[in-house]
Design a protein around this ligand. Structure first.
Ligand SMILES: N[C@@H](CCC(=O)N[C@@H](CS)C(=O)NCC(=O)O)C(=O)O
Length: 207
């Protein structure tokens, strides 16, 4: 058994972010089964969310806090740069967790891909309301990443790993894949990130 235990299912975007970070740092971990909403789950995270990382006596929830924990306790490339260089990384993580999650994650991808997967009905009105907002998000992300860059600067950081799982789903989603492909910098960034071993090792199995 590895010393690091990660709780949460692999289709979750936030769980994938943590998995990518663990791979980038070269850390071994065990993916632990967890019944969502169970007593065990609420013991690990009082808010019933995933991912949760357990290391020795420490239990950490919230994806950004897990990245900070990994940087504080383990060697390997930093997920969150130190000092002033952290600002841009934190800015894009915060944008991901707020605007991108609400408008693209919940507003389109959850409706189109996740709901049918879980036997629920897609609300077309929610998607129609969010698509113009998603177009604005893609344009802003395209400008931010530029030609050949990353969200936190010249090297990949936690900002890339937080955005990637949702943008990966956007590239599969019929409502958004054309909008994404139209943004050359952003789709080029996704292509480059998709080639990294950490990203390839964490592709969610949709079955
Ligand atoms: N702010 C949390 C968000 C995590 C999150 O929303 N996880 C989803 C799965 S992708 C979840 O646990 N959903 C179950 C629920 O909200 O009850 C983080 O950064 O880790």
């Amino acid at each position: 058994m590895a010393d690091l235990k990660l709780y949460g299912f692999n289709m979750s975007t936030f769980v994938r972010t943590v998995r990518i970070g663990l791979h980038e740092k070269g850390l071994e971990y065990d993916s632990m089964p967890l019944e969502m909403g169970s007593e065990e789950h609420f013991k690990l995270n009082p808010f019933g969310k995933i991912p949760v990382l357990v290391h020795s006596d420490n239990t950490i929830f919230e994806t950004l806090a897990i990245a900070a924990y990994l940087d504080a306790h383990f060697d390997g490339p930093r997920l969150i740069p130190e000092g002033a260089a952290s600002v841009r990384t934190l800015q894009w993580i915060s944008t991901m967790n707020d605007t991108v999650q609400r408008q693209l994650g919940m507003g389109v991808i959850f409706e189109r891909l996740a709901k049918p997967h879980f036997g629920m009905e897609t609300d077309e009105a929610v998607i129609a309301e969010n698509l113009p907002k998603v177009e604005r998000i893609f344009a802003a992300l395209d400008a931010a990443v530029g030609d050949g860059g990353h969200f936190g600067g010249t090297e990949p950081t936690q900002a890339d790993w937080q955005l990637l799982p949702t943008l990966y789903y956007a590239s599969l989603c019929p409502d958004t894949q054309g909008l994404l492909a139209a943004q050359g910098n952003l789709s080029g960034w996704l292509d480059r990130m998709n080639e990294r071993p950490s990203v390839q090792a964490t592709v969610p199995q949709m079955g």
